[in-house]
Ligand binder design. Structure first.
Ligand SMILES: [Zn+2]
Length: 373
């Protein structure tokens, strides 16, 4: 069961000094402001940690603004430190008496397209409206605050949260010829944010994992040694709901131990450039073989341990070995969770390179008779 959240209206403008409209979008699951909106002075923090350390008297009755800037990295490493402001900022601000919160978008672009993404409300805090400013608008607000001690914003956000609706993980399997009860898991997620079309997050991942399994089915005369299971997880964006349910259901069923190895494609359609693993010592040589076969695709062996991605990571937490087919995410966070997440951003050649790499991983993982656990 998944909460049904809908965006109705989102508007913001500076009033008084430097009066001008601001481009914002409500964060996913945000409550609305009171009807008609709120007008309040901005209190500015450079980071979430600065808000955390702030005296509540500074924050009370204000609109909190966190201006932290997500840095661009090939690995997407700028996301983790910046995204705290989006997830936890609202409850932290609300506990200190804030009326609403605005954050600089968690994204690396310079376009006037704000990035949505989930806000997480703590049980013990009041719920306040939470929105992201487009990056140029956030920078503009910082500039105004440099010129004036008092900048006020009128913010009107209207959303609805209806009763939970039923959603499903979609699972397809090529059943193994020798060990039908052992699984190689290929994960990606079916849901996407409402602003764009989800072509990049995570339509690309869905296409890559399905195409890899399909290609193996088409090219091989017999079914694989163990089963290949493609899992399109539901409701990832709202809090990994489908993946958590999958992990719980299989733990209850007692067959988590049959999940031999897994990987996830959820980082757009950029080419794979490195292969990381988290498998038992006795299986490392198989991963080395995969990396060698992927070499002609421009892929190197990564020296870090694989995490498995957000969804498949839920299965890793229950003991499943994982691999990361690490993609070049240099541009990924220009598009992520924006209206600009559309199919024209997907490069067919890069998509094919992904599928080729996934076929190598999947085929060897399904055919090698030893254990990755
Ligand atoms: Zn995603």
């Amino acid at each position: 069961m998944v909460p049904k959240w809908t965006r109705i209206l989102e508007r913001a403008e500076v009033v008084g000094n430097y009066a001008q409209p601001l481009v914002i979008t409500a964060l996913g699951k945000s409550v609305g402001t009171p009807e008609g909106g709120v007008t309040a002075e901005i209190v500015h923090f450079a980071t979430f940690d600065d808000l955390k350390a702030a005296d509540p008297a500074m924050v009370k009755d204000k609109i909190v603004f966190i201006s932290n800037r997500m840095e661009r990295f090939k690995t997407g490493a700028g996301y983790g430190p910046a995204v705290k402001a989006r997830g936890a900022g609202a409850s932290e601000a609300a506990r200190k008496g804030a009326k609403a919160i605005l954050i600089r978008s968690i994204g690396t672009d310079t376009h006037r397209l704000p990035h949505t993404g989930g806000v997480t409300y703590d049980e013990d805090a009041p719920k306040i409206a939470a929105a992201a400013l487009s990056n140029p608008d956030a920078d503009q607000l910082v500039r105004m605050l440099g010129y004036s001690d008092s900048i006020s914003v009128h913010l009107n956000i209207q959303t609805t949260m209806e009763d939970p609706v039923e959603m499903y993980n979609v699972v397809g399997e090529i059943t193994g010829r020798v060990k039908p009860d052992e699984y190689v898991v290929l994960g990606s997620h079916l849901d996407s944010w409402d602003l764009g079309t989800g072509a990049v997050d995570d339509g690309a991942g869905v296409a890559i994992t399905m195409a890899a399994a399909n290609l193996i089915q088409d090219l091989t005369k017999e079914r694989p040694y163990r089963s290949i299971r493609v899992v399109l997880f539901s409701a990832e964006e709202l809090g990994l709901i489908g993946a958590r349910q999958y992990a719980e259901a299989h733990e209850k069923k007692g067959d988590m131990a049959n999940h031999m190895i897994g990987a996830e494609s959820d980082f757009g359609a950029g080419p794979v450039w490195a292969l990381a693993s988290n498998v038992s010592e006795n299986a490392v040589h198989v991963v080395d073989k995969m990396a060698a076969l992927m070499g002609p695709l421009g892929i190197v062996r990564a020296d870090r341990k694989a995490g498995g991605g957000p969804d498949v990571g839920q299965l890793r937490a229950k003991g499943m070995p994982v691999m990361d087919l690490m993609q070049d995410g240099t541009d990924y966070f220009d598009l992520h969770h924006t209206a600009d997440d559309t199919l024209d951003k997907v490069d067919p050649a890069a998509l094919r390179q992904n599928v080729a790499a996934w076929v190598v991983f999947t085929y060897l993982a399904a055919e090698w008779p030893g254990s990755f656990r």
